[in-house]
Design a protein around this ligand. Structure first.
Ligand code: SDX
Length: 424
């Protein structure tokens, strides 16, 4: 094993270097504080690895994304969301028999306990579906407490994958005052979700296979992304021994932020704002470049990708195909394409290596599918769920210690207590 040498206060410390299967190097500092008394400081963890993982590989410089060794391009084109969920959670592509059994289990656990419907009645219609999703995900632990053996754990994994889409659809129905539509066992995972989202008791609803397949692919594209903010949250919360449902609830909450999964909703709101303001995208490019202006080009930039986000490329291509197939001419797509065209040739974005990320075009597709804007991040959470679960399982299998980062204290040094009458 190679080593790195660090010199501090005239003393040298030899640290071992971990090399991953793709040649990535990590300096193991696990013993450094015990030996030197010093910690490594890395606000936002931009340069620090929290774990070794065999689930997802990203090369941000080359725009590579693979799940268990399979490229995102291959999975988006040839696989399905249920199959990718199996791959992430269990580590390999399933056989036909394994896939059918997995699909059967997801289908037959998609109903919620009837009493859970009462929870929805307490939310105001204006409740954001991500808040509902996070709350309802955590509430599943009151019905399905953590089991003792791995079969119990696996059953709760299946329950969560099966029920989260039902919770998502119910939260939408609640927000528009429509009756809940129950899952149907004759529809596949995505078709069932669409039926629960869009069907009404007064008429039959036919799942459009074009939209279903595009939505399936969008879920695949969101399935995992190594140690992003919400996944790191899942590992952090899970490391305390919290149950699966509470742990995933924390991940959903982290994803809701506009700098993370909430960006897909923020992109559409940004594009609608630009359109309402006359469509002058050059004005907004200048605003994004102005350090004194809080405006950011939502859907642009990424902590890891310093090249194109491969998922954005695939989504942009699909958006063109779907919009032309359903004959929808969305003016927001033109604004998005012009923003991208101008930004990619602007030194400000080039110098900072800011490219469209997964959220830049996904909202355009969701709109074309009739998904309401406030549900976009819920779709992201549905897609990311198998990734969160896989990372949580890996963290448990690795018998990870409870996550407890250190800090550098910069506050007041010791001082005596002052009675209130003496405080002046
Ligand atoms: C996701 O981690 C993941 O894998 C996440 C994700 C996943 O699948 O889990 O890929 C999903 O969260 C995608 C990102 C969605 N968020 C957005 O689109 C929000 C807009 N983007 C930014 O806020 C930002 O780019 C982040 C949050 C994505 C990344 O932030 P970083 O890595 O902390 O970068 P930074 O804020 O330090 O920016 C570096 C520079 C700064 O300028 P300077 O201070 O050097 O002058 O780039 C600028 C920033 O001001 N910048 C932008 C910008 N993003 C960064 N300027 C204008 N518009 C932007 N979008």
């Amino acid at each position: 094993m190679s080593t790195a040498t660090l010199s501090l206060d005239g003393k040298e410390y030899e640290l071992s270097v971990v090399v991953g299967t793709e040649g990535e190097k990590g300096i193991d500092i696990a013993r450094f504080r015990a030996e030197s008394g010093a910690i490594m400081l890395d606000p936002g963890y931009g340069n620090t690895g929290s774990c070794e993982s065999g689930i997802t590989f990203i090369n941000g410089e080359q725009g590579i994304l693979r799940h268990r060794g399979y490229s995102i391009e291959d999975l988006a084109e040839k696989s399905s969301f249920v199959e990718v969920a199996y791959l992430l959670v269990y580590g390999n592509l399933p056989s036909t028999e394994e896939l059918n059994r997995f699909g059967y289990r997801l289908t037959h656990h998609s109903m919620l306990h009837e009493d859970m419907k009462k929870f929805f009645e307490g939310f105001p219609p204006s409740a954001h579906p991500m808040s509902v999703l996070s709350t309802m995900a955590a509430s599943l632990s009151t019905y399905y407490p953590d089991g003792d053996d791995e079969d119990d754990v696996d059953l709760n994994v299946v329950r969560l994958l099966a029920k989260l889409k039902t919770i998502a659809a119910f939260s939408h129905k609640k927000s528009i005052g429509h009756p809940y539509v129950y899952p149907r066992n004759d529809l596949g995972y995505v078709g069932d979700f669409m039926h629960m989202m869009f069907a009404v008791p007064t008429e039959t609803y036919e799942v459009d296979p074009l939209v279903r397949d595009a939505l399936d692919m969008l879920l695949v594209l969101h399935a995992d992304h190594e140690q992003n903010c919400s996944t790191s949250t899942v590992r952090m919360v899970g490391s305390s021994g919290a149950d699966l449902f509470s742990t995933i609830s924390a991940g959903i909450s982290a994803l809701s932020g506009p700098l993370h999964g909430g960006a897909n909703q923020a992109v559409i709101q940004m594009l609608e704002g630009i359109r309402a303001d006359g469509g002058d995208y050059n004005k907004y490019i200048e605003k994004a470049k102005d350090r004194d202006d809080p405006f950011r080009l939502m859907g642009f930039g990424h902590r890891v990708y310093k090249n194109f986000d491969p998922r954005a490329r695939i989504i942009k291509k699909t958006a063109d195909k779907i919009l032309s197939a359903i004959g929808l001419d969305d003016p927001l797509l033109d604004i998005a394409k012009n923003l991208e065209r101008i930004a990619l040739s602007d030194p400000y974005f080039e110098e900072r290596r800011l490219y469209p990320n997964v959220d830049f075009y996904s909202g355009i597709l969701y709109r074309a599918m009739g998904i309401p804007t406030n549900m976009f991040t819920v779709l992201f959470a549905m897609g990311r769920l198998p990734g969160w679960i896989a990372q949580w399982k890996e963290m448990r299998d690795q018998k990870s210690r409870i996550h407890r980062p250190r800090q550098i204290y910069i506050g007041e040094t010791a001082r005596p207590y002052v009675q209130i009458e003496d405080r002046g």
